[in-house]
Design a protein around this ligand. Structure first.
Ligand code: ARG
Length: 458
C-alpha cells in the first residue's frame, strides 16, 4: 500500500512507477533513514504523541531494523515500495501494526529525505577525508624514497627548469590539502538538521529541534523550513569538491602517463596497476592512470546535471530533486575508487634517476642560470637573457650542452664569462640555488616534506 493512496481511486501505471520510484537507488540511505526515524520517534514521544510503551516498541523495532540494514540484510528486491522512507515505514507496520502508523506524525518525507541525505553526505565526507589523506601519505612516502631525484620541470610541455622529484610530489600534496580543507568546510556548512521542518512550513508538534539535531550529530537545526526541505547546495558542494579533486588527480595522472612513456622513461609503474595489450606483447599500459583521467567526465557531469536540475525550481520541494542522489552516489564512488587506486599507483612508482637527470640536463634547462650568472657579473637581466639565448642557439647548432662549450666559445657572447661559470651550470647547483620558501632547493623541499609527513603519515 502506498503512503498516499487515500485520495486516489486508480492505481499508478507501471510506467509511472518506473519514473517515480526511487527505492532502486535510495535504498543506500536505509541506515540513515532508520536512524532519523529513531530520533524522530524519541522527539514525538517527548512531545506526547506516543506513550512510553509505544515509543519503546517502535524504538526496539527500529534498532533491530538498523542492525539488519547495516549488515546488508534488508530485502529490497522483494518490496514494491516506492522509496526508502515508505519501505522502512511499511516494514515497521508489518511488524507492529497500528503503533508504526504513528511514526510519521508531524513529519514529511521532505524533511525526512533532506535529513537522510545530509547524514549520508556527512558520513561520506569523513570517509573521503581518509581517502584523500591516504593519497597524501603515499605521495610523501614516494617523495621520501626518491628525495635526491631531479627531473625536468615543464611549461608548455617544454623542458623549462629542473626540479626535485619530491617537489613535484608536494605540489599535488598542496592541491589535495586544499581538497581536504574544502571537505571540512562543506561539512561544517551542511551540519544542520532539517527534521521538524515538515513538508515545507514547519511542524505543528512541539518538537525539541535542538535536541533532535544533536541526537543525530548535527550542530544545530536548520533555521528556515522552506530552505531546509528544498536546498541541495551541500550536494552541489560535495560534487564540486569531488570534481576539483578529480581534476587534480587527473593532472597528476597525465604527468605520470607522460613520465611513464617510452619517450620520457622517467618512471616505471607496477604490474599490479597496469595492463597489457591483447595484440602487442611488449605493451604495458597505464590504464589505472588513464581511468583516473577518464572518470573526470562523469564526475564533472554529475555536478553540471544537478546544477541544471536545481536552477529553475520554485520553493519548496519538487520531485525533480529526487534526481539529486544517483549523481552524488556515483561521483563519490568514482572519486573514492580513484583516490584508492592513486595510492596504489604512487606506491608502485620506481624512478629511473639516471634518465630523469639526463633529461633535466638536456634541453638547456640551465639557460636561466647562465643569465643569472651574467646578472651577478653586472649585466642587466634583459641583456643577459639575450646573451644566454644566443649561447643556446650556438650550442644547438653544435649539438652540445651549454656546459660543453669551451670558455673561448662562451666568451664570443660575453667576455665576463669565466671558468667559474661551469659549477653554476651543474644540475644540483642550480636546483639547490632555489633555496627559498616554496622553491625546489633541497632545504625548502626537505622542510615541506617533513611538515607533510608529520601531518599525514601515520
Ligand atoms: N524519494 C523522494 C526524494 O528522494 C522523497 C521525498 C518525496 N516527497 C514527496 N513529497 N513526494 O526526493
Amino acid at each position: 500500500m502506498s503512503l498516499w493512496g487515500g485520495r486516489f481511486q486508480d492505481g499508478s501505471s507501471a510506467m509511472f512507477r518506473t519514473v517515480n520510484d526511487s527505492l532502486p537507488f535510495d535504498r543506500v540511505l536505509a541506515s540513515q533513514d532508520i536512524r532519523g526515524s529513531i530520533a524522530w520517534a524519541r522527539a514525538i514521544a517527548k512531545a506526547g504523541v506516543l506513550t512510553q510503551d509505544e515509543h519503546q516498541q517502535l524504538e526496539e523495532a527500529l534498532k533491530a531494523l538498523l542492525v539488519k540494514a547495516d549488515a546488508g540484510e534488508l530485502d529490497f528486491d522483494a518490496s514494491s515500495e516506492e522509496d526508502i522512507h515508505s519501505f522502512v515505514e511499511a516494514t515497521l507496520i508489518e511488524q507492529l501494526g497500528d503503533v508504526a502508523r504513528k511514526l510519521h506524525t508531524g513529519r514529511s518525507r521532505n524533511d525526512q529525505v533532506a535529513t537522510d541525505f545530509r547524514l549520508w553526505t556527512r558520513e561520506h565526507v569523513d570517509l573521503l577525508v581518509e581517502d584523500v589523506e591516504a593519497v597524501i601519505a603515499s605521495l610523501v612516502g614516494n617523495a621520501q624514497v626518491n628525495k635526491d631525484v631531479i627531473l625536468p620541470g615543464y611549461t608548455h610541455l617544454q623542458r623549462a627548469q629542473p626540479v626535485r622529484y619530491p617537489h613535484w610530489c608536494l605540489a599535488y600534496v598542496e592541491m589535495l590539502k586544499r581538497d581536504l580543507s574544502r571537505l571540512h568546510d562543506l561539512k561544517a556548512r551542511l551540519n544542520q538538521c532539517p527534521l521538524g521542518s515538515g513538508a515545507l512550513a514547519g511542524t505543528t508538534y512541539p518538537i525539541d529541534r535542538q535536541a533532535i539535531a544533536e541526537e543525530l550529530g548535527f550542530v544545530s537545526p536548520c533555521i528556515n523550513s522552506l530552505d531546509a526541505v528544498s536546498d541541495r547546495d551541500y550536494v552541489l558542494e560535495l560534487l564540486f569538491v569531488a570534481s576539483t579533486s578529480m581534476m587534480h588527480l587527473s593532472r597528476m595522472a597525465e604527468d605520470l602517463i607522460f613520465y611513464n612513456s617510452g619517450e620520457a622513461g622517467f618512471i616505471q609503474l607496477g604490474d599490479a596497476v597496469t595492463s597489457g595489450s591483447s595484440l602487442m606483447p611488449q605493451k604495458k599500459n597505464p590504464d589505472a592512470l588513464e581511468l583516473m583521467r577518464g572518470k573526470c567526465g562523469r564526475v564533472f557531469g554529475s555536478l553540471q546535471a544537478l546544477l541544471v536540475t536545481m536552477k529553475g525550481l520554485p520553493l519548496a520541494y519538487n520531485k525533480d530533486m529526487q534526481e539529486d542522489k544517483e549523481g552524488l552516489f556515483d561521483a563519490t564512488n568514482q572519486w573514492h575508487i580513484c583516490l584508492r587506486i592513486a595510492c596504489e599507483v604512487v606506491d608502485s612508482i620506481k624512478l629511473d634517476s639516471e634518465r630523469c637527470a639526463k633529461a633535466a640536463r638536456e634541453g638547456y634547462a640551465n639557460a636561466t642560470e647562465l643569465a643569472d650568472y651574467l646578472v651577478d657579473k653586472g649585466i642587466p637581466f634583459r641583456t643577459a637573457h639575450d646573451i644566454s639565448g644566443r649561447v643556446v642557439l650556438d650550442a644547438l647548432e653544435k649539438k652540445k650542452a651549454i656546459e660543453e662549450l669551451s670558455i673561448a666559445e662562451l666568451k664570443v657572447y660575453s667576455d665576463v664569462i669565466e671558468e667559474d661559470v661551469y659549477p653554476v651550470l651543474q644540475l644540483e647547483y642550480l636546483v639547490n640555488k632555489r633555496d627559498i620558501l616554496g622553491g625546489t632547493g633541497i632545504k625548502p623541499v626537505l622542510e615541506a616534506l617533513a611538515n607533510a609527513k608529520a601531518s599525514f603519515v601515520k
